[in-house]
Design a protein around this ligand. Sequence first.
Ligand SMILES: [Fe+2]
Length: 146
Amino acid sequence: MSKNLSDKLNEYLANQQVMYIKLHNLHWYVKGRGFFTLHAKLEDLYDQTAKIIDDVAERLLALGGSPVANLKKALELTSVKEREDAPISSDETIKSLISDVDYWIRDTKEIVELAEENNDGATADQFNGYLTEYQKLMWMLKSYME
Ligand SMILES: [Fe+2]
């Protein structure tokens, strides 16, 4: 595996590790009329994120890489902006999710392109799977906002 791809996969992993906590933050602090829907949806999302974290780490290992497994390192690598431990309205929760999911989509596309440049179709397939899920989620978040 090229260093480029290995570094990018570790950044992706760090982003998902931080998102795992951020999704819990929103799950706990969301308020307002969307509470029951959003509280439950955020639980689905952090469960999905936990699975992605494990799958990305194990893909790195399968390719001979070393997955980041250290929160201090993850915080150095991540581009995710964390939020305070404070209440957040349902609308602001959706806006925050849309902004993060938009980032996930761009980040995932970059990995697919990089994997294809490295003739690594299996990694490209794995991330195309995430891309399909994130694009579906984006449609749902925008529909909820209407
Ligand atoms: Fe919970």
